[in-house]
Design a binder for this molecule. Structure first.
Ligand code: ZN
Length: 227
C-alpha cells in the first residue's frame, strides 16, 4: 500500500469527533468543603483538594474532633479589647493582672509572640498585639492593624515606655518606624528590641535566651520616616 493511499482514510480519522463524556459533578458536600477551604489564607485549589481527600480517608472521629475544635475556637476565643491578645476572657489574663506594670507596653505582631516572650519570664509589663504588620504591597496599611487602640492606650496616660517588638524583618522594621513616628508625638519613650535578633526571623521561633537578651538590651528607637 502506498502512503498516498492512506491520506483520505487518515484525514477522515482526524475529522472523527467522539462524543465527549458528560463532566462528572462533584458531590455538593465535597464542593462546599473545597469552596470553604479556599477562603483560608494560603490555601489554593490544589491544597483544598488535598485536604478534602485527606479528610475523606480519615476516621469520622478525627474529622469530628477537627470540626469541634473549629467550633470551640470561634465560640470560646475572643480578642482582648484592651490589647488584642487572643483570650477566653475579656480583658485577657495579662491585662487583668494588677501585678503587671501598666506603664510599659510591648508591641508585637501576633499573639504567638506574647507566648514566646512570656517564656523568658523577665518581662512584667503589658502587651499590645497589632494582629499583623504593615505590608503595603499586600494592601495592609496601619489602618488594617490594631494601631488606633494602642494610640488610645498611650493617650490615656500612665504609659512610660512603649517597646516595639515587631519582627526583625523588612516589614516589621517598617511597621516599627511608622509606629515610632506616631508615638513620638505623644511624648512617650519608644524603644526597640535589641538588634542581636537574627534578621528575617519571627519572635515565636526564637529561643528563650535570644529573646531575653533582646528584651534586656533594647535601645531607644528614634528613627524618623523620610518623606
Ligand atoms: Zn489584654
Amino acid at each position: 500500500m502506498l502512503i498516498g493511499d492512506l491520506k483520505p482514510h487518515s484525514s477522515s480519522l482526524l475529522r472523527y469527533n467522539p462524543p465527549m463524556p458528560a463532566p462528572q459533578k462533584m458531590p455538593s458536600a465535597f464542593a462546599r468543603l473545597i469552596e470553604q477551604l479556599q477562603t483560608l489564607p494560603g490555601v489554593g485549589s490544589r491544597s483544598a483538594h488535598r485536604i478534602a481527600f485527606h479528610l475523606l480517608k480519615s476516621p469520622p472521629e478525627d474529622v469530628n474532633r477537627l470540626a469541634a475544635a473549629l467550633h470551640d475556637f470561634k465560640n470560646d476565643l475572643k480578642v482582648c479589647t484592651e490589647c488584642g491578645n487572643v483570650t477566653e476572657a475579656d480583658p485577657c489574663s495579662i491585662c487583668a493582672d494588677d501585678k503587671r506594670d501598666p506603664a510599659s507596653i510591648l508591641v508585637v505582631e501576633q499573639p504567638t509572640d506574647i507566648a514566646a516572650l512570656e517564656q523568658t519570664g523577665i518581662y512584667r509589663g503589658r502587651y499590645h498585639v497589632l494582629l499583623g504588620r504593615v505590608a503595603l504591597l499586600d494592601g495592609i496599611g496601619p489602618g488594617e492593624l490594631n494601631v488606633d487602640r494602642l494610640i488610645e492606650r498611650v493617650k490615656r496616660g500612665n504609659v512610660r515606655e512603649v517597646i516595639l517588638g515587631t519582627n526583625p524583618t523588612l516589614e516589621g522594621d517598617g511597621t516599627a518606624l511608622l509606629l515610632q513616628e506616631q508615638l513620638h508625638e505623644l511624648g512617650v519613650r519608644v524603644t526597640r528590641l535589641a538588634r542581636g535578633l537574627p534578621t528575617g526571623t519571627s519572635l515565636d521561633g526564637l529561643s528563650k535566651a535570644v529573646l531575653s537578651d533582646a528584651l534586656q538590651g533594647r535601645g531607644e528607637f528614634g528613627g524618623r520616616l523620610e518623606r
